[in-house]
Design a protein around this ligand. Sequence first.
Ligand code: SF4
Length: 259
Amino acid sequence: MRHIVFYSSGISSYCAARRTVEQHGKENTLLLFADTGIEDADNYRFLFQSAESLGCELVTVRNTKDSTVFENWQSHGAIANNRMPFCSFDMKHKPCRDWLKGHGREDDVYVVGISWDEVHRLAAIEKGWAPNRVWAPLTEPPYLDKSGTLNEALSVGLEPPRLYKHGFSHSNCGGGCVRAGQAHWRHLLKTLPDVFAKWEKEEREMQQYLGRDDVAILTRQVNGKKIPFPLAELRKEVENDGQLDLLDWGGCGCFSIQE
Ligand code: SF4
C-alpha cells in the first residue's frame, strides 16, 4: 500500500515521512511537495537533501495559474488573511488534489505532519481527504517536542531549515504567513528584515492596486473595534516601541484547512 506524505519542506513532515519509511518502506512512500513560490531558499535545500536521505520519490506540484502566494492575491483581488486564507487552498491543497486525481490510488494513505499537540485538527483533515485514509504518525508515541524533531534530522547529518534556528515555530512561506499574528510579524521584522520588507511591499502594492487602505493581513483592536493593521503600521509600532499584542502568534495549519 502506498503512503503519500504531504511534504512541506519543514521538520514535522520530515519526521512524519521518516516514520512512514521506517514502518512501510521507502519504496511505498512518496513525498508530495506543493511549492508556494515563496519558500525560504534554505527550505529548498532541506527539501532535496531530506528526500535524498529518506530515499523516497519526491513530486513537486504548483498552482497552474499563480506562481507565488502574492500573485494569488492578485488573482483574488484581495489580500489573504486569517479569516480568508485562500492561498492555503490554492497554493497547497488544490495542486495536491489535482495531482492525486491523475496519479492517486483508491487505497493510498495520506500522511500529515501534525503533532500530538495538534490532534484536535485531525478529524477535520480526515473528513477533508475521505474516502482515503489519513495517518498522522507524530500524534503517536514516541512523542516529540520541537527540539526532538530537529534532533531527528541532525541525527542523520541533516541540517534542519534555518528558520527554526531563527526562532520560528514553522518554516512555511519564507517565515511569513497570512495566518500569523502580531508577535510573529514583529519577530520576522527583527530577525529577517528583508523578508518582512518583501511582505510589506506586496501588501502596500495590493492596497494601491485595489485603491483601498482598509484591507490588510492583520487586524488590531482599537476602542473595542477591529480595524486593519497594515505591516507598514506594525513596523512603525516596533520602531517606536509602540503597542503590540505580543501574545498574538497566530498559527499556520495549511493542511488542516479544508475546502
Ligand atoms: S503558509 Fe500561510 S501564507 Fe503560506 S500558503 Fe499557507 S496559509 Fe498561505
